[in-house]
Design a binder for this molecule. Structure first.
Ligand code: THU
Length: 136
């Protein structure tokens, strides 16, 4: 797969962020990176688990929230995820619902392991029907 330099930078940030994952309960460490349109900096995230399991926040959401803290609401250009499994994993439905707030249908989501990006999927393939009261 031909990977754009900025997406490759995102992959490296996701892989590096994963090293900070706090995952003593699942032992499944996840790294993520989010690039927002018009903003050069790419934001990394990792899963942060909690002894009260529901308090856990996924890597994708910590990355998105970091970007919003610095820039307020912006449109996501792409997301990269890095895990140590084969096959690679997709973002959970909670994270997809959060992405739906800031992403277009065609926003690419790159899925990687620790070595490289293995797959590119579009947001709409992962979550074709997000919940949205504005459409009701
Ligand atoms: N996890 C993520 O960080 N991202 C996902 O999209 C799926 C799941 C985390 C949550 C939890 O810490 C661990 O992976 C196992 O579910």
């Amino acid at each position: 797969m031909l990977i754009d330099a900025k997406v490759q930078e995102g992959f490296e940030i996701a892989r590096k962020s994963r090293e900070n994952a706090h995952a003593p309960y699942s032992n499944f460490q996840v790294g993520a990176a989010v690039k927002f349109k018009g903003i050069d900096k790419i934001y990394g995230g990792c899963n942060v688990e909690n002894a009260s399991y529901g308090g856990t926040v996924c890597a994708e959401r910590t990355a998105i929230f970091s970007g919003i803290i610095e820039n307020a609401k912006q449109e996501i250009e792409f997301v990269v995820v890095s895990v140590d499994t084969n096959p690679v994993t997709v973002p959970c439905a909670f994270c997809l619902q959060v992405m739906s707030e800031f992403a277009s249908e065609d926003m690419p989501v790159y899925l990687g392991d620790l070595e490289s990006i293995k797959k590119k999927v579009l947001f709409k393939e992962l979550l074709p029907m997000p919940f949205n009261t504005l459409d009701c």
